[in-house]
Write a protein that binds this ligand. Sequence first.
Ligand code: 7TS
Length: 405
Amino acid sequence: MKTTHNYRADFPILQREVYGKPLIYLDNAATTQKPRQVVEAIVDGYYSTNANVHRGVHFLSQQATELHEESRSAVRKFINARNSHEVIFTRGTTESINLLAHSFGEAFMREGDEVILSVMEHHSNIVPWQLLAARKKTGIKVIPVNSKGELQPDEYEKLFTLGRTKLVSVAHVSNVLGTINPVSEIIRIAHEHQVPVLLDGAQATPHLSVDVQELDVDFYAFSGHKMYGPTGVGVLYGKEEWLDRLPPYQGGGEMIEHVGFDRTTFNTLPFKFEAGTPDYIGTSALAKAIAYITTIGIDNIAVHERELTAYATRRLSAIDGLRIYGQSEQKSSVLSFLLGRIHPFDTGTLLDHLGIAVRTGHHCAQPLMQHLGIEGTVRASFALYNTTEEIDALAEALERIQKMF
Ligand code: 7TS
């Protein structure tokens, strides 16, 4: 990035070597590396402020509670939610979607009702709806993609059935194709049919500025670990008027107001959805990741990653026999490809031996692979600390591999 600050120095892991070669980490869509600030927040949390939250009268518990609730405010600000109690902490995107599929399904869906998904969804935005379908005999409709890997709004609009369609749930950004979906239009069309929308933002929050009020989205899910934060913490945002009407997902401590064997009443938002001890160390570390991103500026990160993706697309397209999957103009920093007839696992293994970490396989998007008529791809995905030199190394390695077969 064009700045005097060396961001790479904030990520000690980037200095290490694998197989005697400098690590080139291009698996950021799976998880990003963590800056010192985030790791130190975890260490500091356990060393200096560890106590269970929301329960103790003692000093330490109150301090831990304050930090945890300040983190909720930091998330609120990051996605511009109206209220902090619209931010539910979960273990990650997967748990956020499972929570919603369960609670929304319980409250609002009956046999024969439907959700609309897209063909490019991650399994975590497919299987929870299938579990619901098995429980309540609900259905799933699927938005197709065109040859560039873009959702087709007119096809989407045809999928609504009056009185039957209850929710639309789609990825903000595809983890395979990198497509940034036209979510404002998707939301507008759903709202014209009085249908709420959940966006799976797992691949969006590390790269784009997200404003849930401007989007007017009803629910938004994302994971801390994909945006320089810790593993095990994620978020489900929901509009208060929806969350208030949903039943709890899990039962336990924290989510209750009063428990009796004859009758139990539930706590208010957000605690109704947060049974048990939350990962309060993780939430503080997530707040540090948000502060890290905010200090650099998400728009600056986006510009840098766009340049890297354009550069990588140019370099890789010039390699004989290399095919890129996902050709949308609106694209995030994900590049999926196949090299001639070489199996993606072989390409990935050979790259690994050259110190280059990429992901290979179906990327938890088997229905999309089926649609593309392939088993899997090789995927390089970029973050704020990646450089054009690393992309040169990737391109040169791929040229070497191609000559081996
Ligand atoms: N949704 C999308 C679009 C994702 O890319 C992922 C993870 C998830 C949901 C699930 O997130 P989690 O934090 O709950 O696991 N995607 C990937 C990936 O592309 N490679 O590894 C994990």
